[in-house]
Write a protein that binds this ligand. Structure first.
Ligand SMILES: NC(=O)c1ccc[n+]([C@@H]2O[C@H](COP(=O)([O-])OP(=O)(O)OC[C@H]3O[C@@H](n4cnc5c(N)ncnc54)[C@H](OP(=O)(O)O)[C@@H]3O)[C@@H](O)[C@H]2O)c1
Ligand SMILES: [Zn+2]
Length: 412
């Protein structure tokens, strides 16, 4: 890797840390950071701070106060090229101006981005416009580091469904509960605080009827810094509306919206009771969402149907918090994108496994995570990795076919 590429990569990494400052505030938009560098000096930096506010490139250029002519703009995502959609309407009611127009107008000489934007309104058009204006464009630097931070956005754009993140708290011997179903608490306060943060970063938190009844979880982000922020929706998979309506997620309706996913008919052999319970959910302010039943041989409601229904309601990311039957359904259907396991230094022996039967014959068919990492939080190891990076990487890397392929080759 030559000196300039190494320098460019370092600056792209700085755009990623800037982008992180918008975490939890910009959904469904991507996290984006920008830096403007001239003569080896950073003259402006910016990030997308809140949904509906100016884009990172505009924030970075605003910070330069008209001094960006001849400069290099660094950005983790391809700049947008069209004024589109109500999503990007400025609070003033005006459509935001495409970032490419502003970059060209300022006389920026060079643009370095980590990945293309798979959004069909952009998808290479940003780069095309910049190049047509005579700007040198480099694409693909640091792309592997840029994918995880916008993984939900990329999953939405490429796979057209909510991003699904399975979160498991397990013992060192791989159990999520004792044999009798006890799981509170496998992990300590520090891990649970991290889980609250994860909740705050997703649009919805989902559990099965078994976990709802066993643990009576609130499924909210109760960190002090979450005060005043929108709480994720709480979703329970419960084919026949058998979840007790007195659980906390129904009685604290002010805390967050609760959605119960049922598949008809409600309460086989106990129709009246089930109807009463589903009415009780609705009286508590919860939403009862009817979805297709799972295919024969599978448990409960159809998880693909749940994702479709939640997608239509605007849910773009889901944290799945168990239990075993629910984790198993998402894994069996191949419908998960990230898995995070909090591994506690304790042993319970013959308890509940996180994942049930997958009917795998060959190891080659086993789901495998990429960009797998292990960090520590308090007494726990936190292992996380991604499953659906290959199609996403392909969609955000048209650069492999263009002139900056040389840059990628230099990185490899
Ligand atoms: N350590 C951890 O991270 C952790 C996390 C969560 C839970 N747990 C523990 O796990 C245990 C609960 O696990 P569990 O397996 O019994 O219950 P679960 O997975 O929470 O719920 C299973 C039930 O959900 C309903 N369901 C609806 N659609 C489903 C679908 N597509 N896939 C799977 N289930 C669906 C089914 O009931 P219907 O057929 O009536 O719809 C099913 O019996 C508890 O002991 C809990 O403490 C541990
Ligand atoms: Zn833009």
């Amino acid at each position: 890797m030559d000196h300039q590429t190494r320098n460019d990569l370092q600056l792209i990494r700085r755009t990623l840390s800037l982008a992180e400052r918008g975490r939890g505030l910009v959904s469904p938009n991507p996290l984006v950071g920008s830096l403007v560098v001239r003569g080896g000096r950073v003259i402006g930096e910016g990030f997308h701070a809140r949904h509906g506010e100016r884009h990172a490139e505009v924030a970075g250029l605003d910070a330069c106060a008209g001094a960006a002519a001849g400069a290099t703009l660094y950005c983790n995502l391809e700049p947008c090229a069209t004024s589109y959609g109500a999503d990007d309407t400025h609070p003033s009611g005006k459509l935001t101006q495409p970032c490419t127009d502003r970059i060209i107008r300022e006389g920026v000489a060079r643009v370095v981005v980590a990945s293309c934007d798979p959004n069909p309104h952009v998808a290479g058009e940003g780069m095309r416009q910049l190049r047509a204006a005579g700007i040198e464009v480099v694409v693909g630097l640091g792309v592997d580091e840029a994918l995880p931070i916008n993984i939900a956005y990329f999953t939405n754009e490429v796979l057209r469904r909510p991003f699904v993140h399975l979160k498991v708290a397990q013992t060192l011997d791989g159990r999520i509960a004792t044999r009798s179903g006890h799981s509170r608490w496998i992990t300590d306060d520090s891990a649970r605080e991290h889980v609250h943060r994860l909740r705050g970063e997703h649009d919805a938190v989902l559990v099965g009827r078994g976990t709802a009844a066993a643990d009576d979880p609130q499924l909210t982000d109760r960190r002090p810094q979450a005060a005043g922020r929108t709480q994720p929706w709480r979703v329970v998979l419960d084919s026949h509306a058998r979840t007790p309506p007195e659980l906390r997620m129904f009685s604290d309706a002010h805390a967050a919206r609760t959605v119960v996913c049922v598949s008809g008919p409600l309460g086989v052999g106990e129709a009246a009771g089930a109807d009463t319970r589903s009415q009780a959910f609705e009286r508590s302010g919860a939403t009862v969402l009817r979805v297709p039943a799972a295919a024969p041989g599978e448990v409960g409601v159809d998880v693909a149907g749940v994702l479709d229904a939640l997608w239509l309601l605007g849910v773009r990311s889901i944290l799945v918090e168990g239990g075993q039957a629910v984790y198993t359904s998402f894994v069996r259907q191949g419908l998960f994108d990230q898995l995070t396991a909090f591994i506690a230094p304790t042993l319970v022996g013959d308890g509940v496994d996180p994942i049930g039967p997958l009917a795998l014959q060959r190891l080659a068919d086993a789901p495998r995570l990429e960009q797998f990492s292990i960090t520590a939080i308090g007494d726990q190891a936190v292992a996380t990795g991604y499953r659906s990076l290959p199609p996403i990487r392909q969609a955000v890397m048209p650069a492999r076919r263009d002139a900056s392929a040389a840059v990628l080759a230099a990185q490899e």
